[in-house]
Design a protein around this ligand. Structure first.
Ligand SMILES: [Zn+2]
Length: 276
């Protein structure tokens, strides 16, 4: 489906995630084609993408740019590279058993035949996560840094809450009309969305501090207090988010931890004892 001039979204329907959370693969079409992310690694996913690309007779697929190396974004790339000869492009800090043909960093421009993608390093969801900016169209491909529905998961140790919040603030400095996220539909009011996400994290942080004040001390207790509605897998994700916040607070000197048995217990550092 063409979602903006020369930009197509190819949703991946084959994996475990159901609509509206399926990963979105984007195809930018100029004189050559560039894929942004690659979906799952199964044959059906790859052929759906190839079939889509083949709707443009003679279009050469030159690059597959990976926003980050999570399975629903990178796993399709090896098969697609084999079929098309496209080069896999990834940030140098991202780790995967699929090797990149070209490593990029902050500010690099992936340029070919009418398409310019600026690399914006946005660590947080993963260390080498990148967003891709098309300056003249004011479009940002955001991978999992900003998703269409809800908020992204930050899983320590590779996920980092402080970096994630900084990376959200970083996107606010770009002139963006539309965000094309790695999951969900396009985001039409980017700065409002970014501000909401930042505020949401800061509110969670304030809630954690508040519960620590009340004597809650473990990740389990805090997650149960803050996300009482969640169960199962989502509760596990929520515990990861709480842990990510606690690491941030500990690095800022606001919280300290002690391991007792195999349980980590947290408490607030009294204001007067904080450094800096
Ligand atoms: Zn991800």
């Amino acid at each position: 489906m063409e979602i903006a001039h020369g930009i197509h979204a190819i949703p991946a329907h084959t994996g475990p995630l159901s609509s509206p959370f399926v990963p979105q693969v984007y195809l930018a079409v100029g004189g050559e084609g560039v894929l942004i992310d690659s979906g799952y690694g199964d044959e059906q996913s790859a052929s759906a993408i190839i079939d889509y690309v083949n709707c443009f007779p003679g279009l050469r697929l030159s690059y597959i740019v990976i926003t980050h190396a999570h399975p629903d974004h990178i796993n399709g790339s090896a098969r697609l590279r084999e079929i098309t000869g496209a080069k896999i492009v990834m940030h140098s800090a991202e780790q995967s058993n699929i090797t990149a043909d070209k490593e990029v960093g902050e500010g690099d421009i992936i340029s070919l035949n009418g398409i310019d993608l600026e690399v914006v390093h946005t660590p947080g969801h993963s260390p080498g996560h990148i967003c891709l900016y098309m300056r003249k169209d004011r479009v940002m491909f955001s991978g999992d840094h900003v998703i269409g529905l809800g908020t992204t998961a930050i899983h320590p140790p590779l996920g980092d809450m402080a970096q994630y919040i900084d990376s959200l603030r970083k996107l606010l400095t770009y002139d963006i009309e539309l965000i094309f996220p790695g999951h969900g539909t396009p985001i039409r009011k980017p700065s409002r969305k970014l501000e909401e996400l930042i505020n949401h994290r800061l509110e969670r942080e304030a809630q954690i501090i508040d519960r620590l004040h009340q004597g809650k001390a473990t990740i389990k207790e805090l997650a149960f207090e803050i996300y009482p509605e969640l169960t199962g897998f989502l509760y596990e994700v929520a515990k990861g988010q709480v842990y990510a916040h606690l690491i941030k607070l500990e690095n800022e000197g606001k919280v300290c931890s002690q391991i007792r048995g195999n349980i980590i217990r947290y408490e607030l550092v009294p204001q007067r004892e904080r450094h800096a």
